[in-house]
Structure formats: C-alpha cells, structure tokens
Design a protein around this ligand. Structure first.
Ligand SMILES: Cc1ncc(COP(=O)(O)O)c(C=O)c1O
Length: 398
C-alpha cells in the first residue's frame, strides 16, 4: 500500500502509467509478435478479440472497428438510418451519440435523463417519441452512461411499440449488467463499444467494437467497415475504412483478461466513496440538489440490482459552486473532469435546429452540477481516502 504523507499525495483523474507498469511483461511480447508477423490489418489477433468480446458480452457476434463513434455510425448505417429519419437518444452524453446520427443525415431526437442515474428517462422517451411523425422514427439509442445500464425493460417496450430497433451506446459500459443480469451490448440489435484509452477496457489508441445476436447484421457491419467490399474490390454499398488494427487487438486481448478485476476495483472504490460521503452528510443523486441536507454533495445512485462498472464516478454539487469546487480540487492536486459541460441540445453545431419536443431540464442541470473524480482501480487506499476527504472538506466550506 502507498503510504506517502497527505501533503504529497497527488491523484490524477486517471493513471494509465500505473496500469501499464503492472502489464508490461504481458503486453510487450504480444506487441513484438504482431510486429514480427507483419500482419497489421485484420488477421488472428482481430478475429481472436472479436470472439473473446462476443463471449464476454454474451452475444453471438462481434465486429471490431476503428472507434466507438464509428461503431455507432456503422450500426446506424446497417439498420438503414438515413436522411429524414429520427433516432431517439439522451440529451446528456458524449457528443458522438448524436454526432453519428447527424453525420448520416438523420436527426437526433434528444430526450431528457433521469437525474438519479443520468440515463435516458423512459417517461421522457415515451413523450418524445409521441411528438414526431411515427413513420420517421427509425431507432432508439440509449446510452449506458458512466458504466450503468439503462432501464432497458421500458426502452424495449417502447421499441416494440414503435417497431424499431435498439442500438445500445455501450461505449462506457463493457461488462456492465442491467437489473436482470443482462450484459451491456446484448440487449439491442447492436451494441457499440469504445476502446478509447480512458475506458475500462482501453487500447493504446483509438478502437471500437460492435456486438450482435443477428448474424446478417454482423456481416453487414463487417462489410461496411471495409468499404462495403466483398469480395476484394467488389463494392456492394459505400462503406468506410474503419478497421481495427492488429496491434490494438493484441493489446486489448491482454487487457481483457484483467477487465473484471479492474471493474471490481472501481466498484470497491465507489462503495468506499458512497459510504464516506453518506457518513459526512451527503445523499445519493436520487435526492435533488436543491433539497440539500447537511452536506450539498450527491454520490451517484447505483441501481439496487445490476452491475455498475464505474467508468466514471460522478458527484453533484450546487451549480454556483461547481467550478469553484473543481478549482480547489486542482489546487489540492486532485484531477477532476466535467462530463459533460453542455447538454447536446446546447452544442453550437446544433444552434437553431429543432431536436426535441419537450424540456430537457434534468440534462441541463446535470451539465451544471456534476464533477467526475478519480475512480481508477490502481488508486492506493491513501489516495482514495485523500480524494474523498478533500472533496468533503471543500464542499463543507462552500
Ligand atoms: C457515451 C459515448 N459514446 C460514444 C463514444 C465514442 O467513442 P470513441 O471516442 O471511441 O469514438 C464515447 C467515447 O468517448 C462515449 O463515451
């Protein structure tokens, strides 16, 4: 265990160097093997990763691609989403959830979130879907934000009612399970994952993967990621170059062996933070911040069942204090981030575009009140205690 004095403890938001130090002996030989083979595109490392991820996500097929954003675009394209179509998605997510829809000429139908989980609010989804012409709704794309699965029962009911597929944006949620124990990426027509380095399973660069239980959809995405080509130099439709590198696949296969331990480490850190914040007088995010009790600090509300993998641990403070709390955490050498400072409907690129029918208050409030704090599994006991003690003492003094 790390035992530095409190004054010298620094905690970055994420310490990938610490992870690499524990993996160097496993990773370097497989990287060298790929270099020796000179097989950089496709090949056994990529197909091996696809098989292992399919098994891990409890689906029949997986298709590697160049990024999580491409995974979403490929899934939308394979489901024939195009100009004039609406795809419902939450207003509070990383940009590419909506950006991928937009890039195909379709419209994101932005839906408010449940303020206690930050995931799409099924009641708001129902209202949003009823607000646009039925024949233009093409898909529903819930996001399992921060690593916690959405209420997929309600989303599935609505998808069945409208006769449209679900595309899961599971970029942050590999290994997460819903209340019934179903894995993220196994509950819709397609699951979209990112291997961006900060994800629980992160590569040494960009990468992504799609998961399916439908072989023909998997085959179409596999073709689309390679220029719509099959066989070589015969193009049935216009796809793109979105292949996953063999070097990335080799690194990811090593890391996949450790993923469950890392996610358990994050869950353990989260339980520790929850307990410390509750003991200091804070509540879970289920309690509105306006009803602040002893301490105006909210820890993320985990569903009673299911498996949250805490890609991010996001707390809430009153909006007027958020940036000040963050600045004081930085002075104490503790890394934080705002995920996300603007709801999607407020992004400049969507200015003047009608993207929703109802208010998006919960998403707007979350953008003003949330702060992500370090949760990575390699944190020492001293580091995590220092993070939460510092946070509580800063919030107490506001
Ligand atoms: C919710 C969500 N969707 C999509 C993406 C896009 O993934 P990538 O960065 O690999 O393109 C991310 C990654 O940051 C994400 O967090």
């Amino acid at each position: 265990m790390h035992t530095s004095s409190k004054a010298t403890i620094e905690v970055p938001l994420l310490d990938l160097r610490a992870q690499y130090d524990t993996l160097r002996a496993e990773i370097e030989p497989v990287v060298k093997d790929v270099i020796e083979s000179q097989w950089f595109i496709g090949g056994p490392q990529v197909s091996g990763l696809e098989e292992e991820i399919a098994r891990y996500c409890t689906v029949s097929h997986a298709v590697g691609c160049a990024s999580g954003s491409d995974a979403i675009t490929l899934a939308l394209q394979a489901l024939d989403v195009g100009p004039g179509d609406f795809v419902a998605c939450p207003d509070y997510s990383f940009f590419s959830t909506a950006g991928s829809i937009w890039r195909l000429g379709a419209r994101p139908l932005l839906v408010d979130i449940d303020p206690s989980t930050y995931n799409i609010d099924p009641d708001a989804l129902e209202a949003a879907l009823a607000s646009v012409p039925r024949d233009r709704i093409k898909a529903i794309m819930p996001v399992h934000l921060f690593g916690q699965c959405c209420d997929m029962d309600r989303v599935a009911e609505l998808a069945t009612h409208y006769g449209v597929p679900i595309i899961e944006d599971a970029a942050q949620a590999i290994g997460s399970e819903d209340v019934h124990g179903r894995r993220a990426g196994s509950m819709g027509a397609a699951g979209c994952f990112s291997f961006f380095p900060s994800k629980n399973l992160g590569g040494f660069g960009d990468g992504g993967i799609l998961t399916f239980n439908d072989e023909s959809l998997a085959q179409r995405c596999a073709r689309l990621r390679n220029h719509g080509m099959e066989p070589k130099y015969y193009h049935h439709e216009v796809g793109e170059n979105s292949r996953l590198d063999a070097l990335q696949a080799a690194v990811l296969r090593v890391k996949l062996r450790h993923l469950d331990d890392w996610s358990e480490g994050r869950r353990d850190n989260a339980r520790f933070y929850d307990a410390q914040i509750a003991a200091a007088g804070g509540c879970s995010s289920r309690t509105p911040i306006s009803e602040s009790g002893d301490l105006p600090l909210r820890f993320p509300h985990p569903a009673e069942h299911g498996r949250h993998i805490y890609n991010q641990y996001v707390v809430r403070v009153p909006a007027k204090h958020r940036d000040g709390v963050r600045a004081r955490m930085a002075e104490a050498k503790i890394g934080t981030e705002i995920y996300y400072p603007l709801p999607l409907h407020s992004q400049a690129c969507f200015e003047g575009v009608e993207l929703q029918g109802r208010g998006l208050t919960a998403a707007t409030n979350a953008s003003a009140e949330t702060i992500a704090i370090p949760i990575y599994p390699d944190m020492s006991d001293d580091q995590r205690a220092h993070v939460v003690e510092t946070l509580v003492s800063i919030v107490r003094s506001i």
